[in-house]
Design a protein around this ligand. Structure first.
Ligand SMILES: [Zn+2]
Length: 298
């Protein structure tokens, strides 16, 4: 295994590997982690698989317990998303503890989670799609979201910011955000119709422009003049396909709603290039486990 990153650290505890962001480790009132495939449960076909959608329930529960013990989370406090590539963001409290982990999912579509309560650990899951981490360092609120290509172009990143503004009074300027690990621009190839949806982001959809009406008009307390530039994240190839940089697209959406560029960190890890220790849907052609992002207030 060849781990190298300027923005993340790899930890191995009790044989289980997880990543943390340098930028988030500096914040004293949160704990966070992104799981890897490092760690073996001898009954598991896919190392450290954390998806109840694919795996056997008892086995995945065991993997969650093993991961929580290794990375310092309380299993009893977990609450999971129910990801389906939309932009619904759930506000989580004590009452939601266990949902999607040891209690049944109660709603179908949850691609983002936020909380401002201690004792609630947010969990979202990935195998190439983009994890998004949000920390309001002033109001001590946190968020996690899942950005596949559909969620990214639909503005899940902006929707989390909006939800934190509405519920916690978050000023986007106080947010520290981290993006990734996901499939990088080195590996994420799409066809024309998908690329067109990324080009459409140039119509300033999440700032002062049209899509703000679909979110909540006038809500943003810091208007920005930032214009999203698809040429920074859509790269046409000679064969008619396109390479997409999902991290950069999400970064620009965050800046367009007032998050400070200097407070956004992009992971430099590509899931497909690092498929020896990260699960990648494309690298495995779907025969894979799933990784989870975790974050809680402490
Ligand atoms: Zn790659």
């Amino acid at each position: 295994m060849n781990f190298s990153s300027d923005t993340m650290q790899l930890h191995i505890n009790s044989g289980i590997g997880y990543l943390t962001y340098n930028a988030l480790s500096e914040i004293p009132f949160i704990r966070h982690a992104f799981s890897t495939k490092i760690g073996e449960n001898s009954r598991s076909a896919h190392n450290m698989d954390l998806s109840f959608d694919h795996g056997e329930k008892d086995l995945i529960t065991e993997n969650y317990r093993l991961f929580c013990d290794a990375a310092g989370f309380d299993y009893d406090t977990l609450v999971a998303s129910s990801q389906d590539h939309h932009t619904f963001v759930r506000v989580c409290t004590e009452k939601e503890k266990g949902i999607g982990i040891y209690r049944e999912k109660d709603i179908e579509s949850v691609d983002g989670l936020v909380t401002n309560e201690k004792g609630v650990t947010l969990v979202t899951y990935y195998a190439d799609c983009t994890p998004l981490f949000f920390v309001d360092v002033k109001r001590k609120a946190i968020g996690l979201a899942h950005g596949g290509w559909r969620g990214t172009v639909a503005g899940i990143a902006a929707k989390v910011v909006e939800t934190m503004q509405e519920n916690y009074g978050t000023d986007p300027a106080d947010l520290v955000c981290c993006i990734g690990p996901n499939i990088g621009k080195c590996c994420y190839e799409v066809d024309g119709p998908v690329a067109q949806q990324f080009y459409a982001l140039s119509k300033a959809p999440f700032g002062k422009g049209s899509c703000q009406r679909e979110l909540t008009e006038g809500l943003y307390n810091q208007q920005t003049d930032f214009h999203i530039s698809p040429s920074d994240f859509v790269f046409p190839k000679d064969d008619g396909k396109y390479m997409i940089d999902l991290k950069e697209a999400n970064r620009q959406i965050l800046v367009s709603v007032g998050v400070k560029p200097e407070k956004i960190t992009l992971s430099d890890l590509c899931t497909q290039c690092n498929s020896d220790f990260l699960w990648s849907h494309r690298a495995t052609k779907g025969d894979r486990g799933t990784m989870s992002a975790f974050m809680c207030l402490v």
